[in-house]
Design a binder for this molecule. Structure first.
Ligand code: PLP
Length: 343
């Protein structure tokens, strides 16, 4: 079980392997030096993504951490503040980059059980114009968040509130394509209300690397300065941009299969009495299991060729490289283990 392609990997949707068709697109990419703006494949991806989501311009960068940070640093200056969820990736999982590298103060707000930020909380945390306070500049939301999808009505209300109070709006849309497919709306409608959006190409969309930041032309131009400073100015990046383009062209609608597979997997696991499964909305779901089972389960799954982040509260993720057959195998492996397991 040493070949990465034979594992069933439920740790994340970042683990996907580029398909043969994607590799062919990468090999065929016409490239140039993107710091000079000369890479045709990068330019094509940026224009394609901007049009697809309904923005003026786009910027390709190596990671979603970087596109989010560039967005925060372009929206906010030193001593400014952004409103963000306690569980949000930009706040919790990006090394504090906004504060460390951007001199931006995060104002974290408790996420509601559905992943949203309560409108009253948003309103309440916007600081008055007073020298004691950081200047509240931006509301940043995330969709999907921990696999949960924000409702379209909620997004409209939250972004309208922010704009009415003079704030800009940014979406960490690492998995916004999953959200759009789940809500049955176009990509343009899924991002309506957000001045800027960061989209990961390397999650469920299946590209090996890269994210795009989308927004107004002047904003993207300003953001390119930060990208260069952060080390994200890439040269013949068309080789990877072509993979991202392929991902956006062919791998968006099929996310519905990942959602179905997650639902099937969750249903199968829920038949095991000691597991407490939260039914999935998209391709990510959570499950509680007895702490004492974790260590032996980890071994049993590895022996069955299954990679998972096993813990008392564990996250399971389906993606392009998890098939229906794989789901059946995983359910069987869990059932075999728990048939014999006693606390
Ligand atoms: C993965 C992810 C990012 C960006 O991650 P990178 O690994 O830096 O590309 C941002 N936000 C969310 C919600 C993510 O899941």
């Amino acid at each position: 079980m040493s070949d990465t392609n034979t594992w069933i990997d439920l740790r994340s949707d970042t683990v996907t392997q580029p398909s043969q068709a994607m590799r062919a697109a990468m090999a065929a990419a016409e490239v140039g030096d993107d710091v000079y703006g000369d890479d045709p494949a990068v330019n094509r991806l940026q224009d394609f993504a901007a049009d697809l989501f309904g923005y003026e311009a786009g910027m390709f960068a190596p990671s979603g951490t970087q596109t989010n940070l560039i967005a925060l640093m372009t929206h906010c200056g030193r001593g400014d503040e952004y409103l963000v969820g306690q569980e949000a990736h930009t706040y919790k999982y990006e090394g504090g980059g906004a504060a460390v590298l951007g001199s931006i103060q995060p104002q974290p707000i408790a996420n509601q059980p559905d992943g949203s930020l309560a409108l009253a909380d948003i309103e309440g945390y916007i600081k008055p114009d007073d020298m004691h306070f950081a200047r509240t500049r931006l509301l940043a939301l995330e969709n999907t968040i921990g696999g949960r999808v924000l409702g379209q009505d909620y997004i409209a209300a939250a972004t309208s509130l922010a704009h009415a109070r003079g704030l800009a709006t940014h979406l960490d849309g690492a998995r916004v394509c999953n959200a759009a497919v789940k809500n049955g709306v176009s990509l343009r409608d899924a991002v309506k209300g957000f001045d800027t959006v960061s989209v990961c190409l390397s999650k469920g969309l299946g590209a090996p690397v890269g994210s795009v930041l989308l927004g107004p032309k002047a904003f993207i131009e300003q953001g390119k300065r930060w990208r260069k400073m952060l080390g994200g100015g890439m040269r013949q990046a068309g080789v990877i941009a072509a993979a991202g383009q392929h991902a956006l062209q062919y791998n968006v609608q099929r996310l519905a299969e990942d959602h179905e597979n997650a639902a099937d997997l969750a249903r199968g696991l829920a038949e095991i009495e000691v597991l407490k499964v939260t039914p999935p909305q998209t391709n990510i779901f959570w499950m509680d299991l007895p702490a004492a089972a974790c260590e032996p389960l980890r071994k049993a799954l590895a022996d069955a060729g299954i990679r998972a982040t096993v813990g008392p509260r564990m996250r399971l993720v389906t993606h392009l490289d998890v098939s229906r057959d794989d789901v059946v195998k995983v359910v069987a492996a869990f059932k075999t283990f728990f048939k014999d397991w006693r606390a």
